[in-house]
Design a protein around this ligand. Structure first.
Ligand code: A3P
Length: 327
């Protein structure tokens, strides 16, 4: 359990004391005594304790290139879908979505096409992104407030953020966690989200940070909503393409490229690919865990009206005055 000294500082701690996980706490109801999955409060945000050194390293040494695009999200907000859509859109010159049999998304999970910075740095594999040709497509679950300024204050490095209605995000998180730990309690997880202590929490600060950044600098931060994407996937793919500087040409529109991308990245298509079938286990999560229902409003099947009212009230209070709402 993390403790503070008289000055409120967290250290010093023994360097060899099983690493940063020693400074973390179990996530309510979820991780129990497995320190690999503990969370830690770092610079005002809750992150996996084992990712803290990676985040510190990203903050100090990540060097973006002009043309980089970073996908940002809270887990379970539609990251996998956005990774697929952004990859298919940005790579369409090399991998046309109509030559389906050759497309990387047909043999790789979207998370294998677009890497997560924290995971890569924590595996000591950051040099791999140096070897990627530009433009690079990367991802993060970090709050906007803890991004290195080399990303957050760099107009040449674009951010695409996806957010999701919080009640559906919690339900999706619970189903995901159950894949690894079947007895995880929905109410404990719900409580952690309401307290702001679940992974990437507080969720309201996460969403708010990127929302403000997109308002302040719409050319650098695109703010997307999962529910809008469900309603109008093609419209959102066009928006994404314009934002990354690769708008669809009249010829591409005529040829139906947007519809091809939407079809390639649809839940039904990706979920049924061999690479994303339940048997294809990979670390730390199996590929099939990322695909479930893909709907809006599933929270009604899991939450009591009191729980829903409580979370709605938190969202309303925390986002009040921001211009962002989920009503
Ligand atoms: P549900 O659990 O509600 O079904 P993330 O990618 O951030 O981990 O989010 C996972 C959620 O996105 C899951 O929601 C999953 O089913 C949904 N999802 C994954 N791929 C999708 C796709 N191609 N289209 C729509 N939703 C998708």
């Amino acid at each position: 359990m993390a403790t503070t000294n008289k000055t409120g500082a967290i250290g010093p701690v023994p360097f060899m004391n099983d690493g940063s996980a020693a400074l973390g706490v179990p996530l309510a109801g979820l991780t129990g005594d497995d320190p690999k999955l503990w969370v830690r409060f770092y610079q005002g945000t809750w992150v996996l304790a084992t990712f803290v050194p990676a985040i510190a390293s990203i903050q100090q040494s990540f060097r973006p290139r002009g043309g980089d695009v970073v996908i940002a999200s809270i887990p379970k907000s539609g990251t996998t879908w956005l990774k697929a859509l952004a990859f298919a859109t940005m790579a369409r010159g090399v991998y046309p979505p109509d030559t389906a049999a050759e497309h990387p998304l047909l043999r790789l999970n979207p998370h294998q096409c677009v890497t997560n910075l924290e995971r890569l740095y924590s595996a000591g594999q950051e040099s791999m992104i140096e070897a990627l040709p530009s433009p690079r497509l990367l991802s993060t679950h970090m709050h906007h407030s803890i991004l290195p300024s080399s990303i957050s204050k760099n107009p040449d490095c674009k951010i695409v953020y996806i957010c999701r209605e919080p009640k559906d995000m919690v339900v999706s998180l619970w189903h995901f966690c159950r894949r690894g730990k079947p007895d995880v309690s929905f109410s404990d997880l719900f409580e952690a989200v309401c307290q702001g202590t679940s992974v990437s929490g507080p969720f309201w600060d996460h969403v708010h940070g990127y929302w403000n950044a997109s308002k302040a600098n719409p050319e650098a931060v695109l703010f997307l909503r999962y529910e809008d994407m469900l309603r109008d996937p093609a419209g959102n793919v066009r928006k994404l393409a314009r934002f990354v500087g690769q708008p669809f040409s009249p010829a591409e529109e005529e040829a139906g490229v947007v519809a091809q991308i939407v079809r390639l990245c649809s839940l039904d298509n990706l979920k049924n690919l061999e690479v994303n079938k339940p048997s294809s286990a990979s670390q730390p999560f199996a590929n099939d865990w990322f695909f479930r229902k893909g709907e809006a409003g599933d929270w009604v099947n899991h939450m009591t009206p009191d729980m829903a009212r409580r979370l709605d009230a938190i969202v309303e209070e925390k986002l009040s005055g921001s211009g962002l709402s989920f009503a």
